[in-house]
Design a protein around this ligand. Sequence first.
Ligand code: BGC
Length: 411
Amino acid sequence: MAFPKNFLWGTATAAHQVEGGNTASDLWLMEMMKDSIFEEPSGDACDHYHLYERDIALLAGLGLTTYRFSIEWARIEPEEGFFSKAALDHYRRMIATCHALRVTPMVTFHHFTAPLWFTRDGGWENPKSVDRFARYCEAAGRALGDLIPYICTINEANIPIMVTMMRRAVGIGGGGGKRERALAEAARLCGGEAGKFSPYLSGDGIASAPNLIAAHRKGYGVLKGLTRAQVGITIALNNFQCEPGGEELFATADHAINGQFLESLKGDDFVGVQTYTRVRFGKDGVLPPPEGSERTQMGYEFYPESLEATIRQAASVTGCPVIVTENGIGTQDDTRRIAYTERALAGVLRCLASGIDVRGYIHWSMLDNFEWLEGYRPKFGLVEVDRATQARKPKPSAYWLGAVAKANALR
Ligand code: BGC
């Protein structure tokens, strides 16, 4: 039941979800405007921008050895072509803090949010996004790369197309024109052209998919040229399952959402697998979770076995070593977090036993944080956050995962 030597044990966050005050980003505008599609704005979030040292020390104290977090493009390049030395210095201090506390930093360069100027000009739907991202990778890679052992270029590059296809297939996130109205209003507020404002998760993911694939390839080349980091990307891999009658839809969705991305990664240093549940395709389209099944706060089926399946898929299509860069559950009941994680890790062990090169497990998330459209309601954290005082309180699951990490085994 033991994991390999040097297995990475960690937990993850993303800048916009924890830092607070990400005012130059596209989502800040979307969250703050009247008739926002967000439940509530991110605001000060967990003030991780100022409290990172305390948070990384907490993670290390639990026995975890890896911290995956993102640097915020909107802070680093708040206006096109202006790279903030102050912001880069901030992230340099943050990465240095990881090293000082013997924590391995894994740094994501793009985790959903982007600078407002980028999104106003078409975001990832605009083919210019490829060179814009590469230029940002070059600036951040030069400033920080010597301190980073692992880089994830883009978080869940396939999630825009997943969201778009799901919206069209089953109306998930459709919202009766509310999204379209919000995009039009955001464009107006920032002086952009109508129809062009395209945030990562609310734009046309079918149009952005080829640019995201190309941006990763170009960013990968830039970062490999500038740094000695292991460079990869992370993919949102829910376990797609086919029920009778769903064959055609399953095949189309699996290729568009998973296959075309995984196939473009051959030769990368690793592939980051991010899994939360399974999605079943039947003759009437995407099926709801089975009757009577347990659901998480996100409405997902409680199905930790999905991770084993997605690791197998990622490894067999890409041929790359796998790092689980996200896996977790939104729940108020921390005993279910432990149960979920234990079953997911048992799946990781079965993958290892069958010879798959899995190099780490990074749990989402370190802190209860800003869960995008849903606001602060879903609780994914190993650590509870009192947002009035910014006090942190590790949950039993945090100590449990720390003990697994220290033992490097499931007992
Ligand atoms: C994202 C996280 C998010 C998590 C839980 C992933 O898709 O990378 O930012 O909080 O899922 O929904």
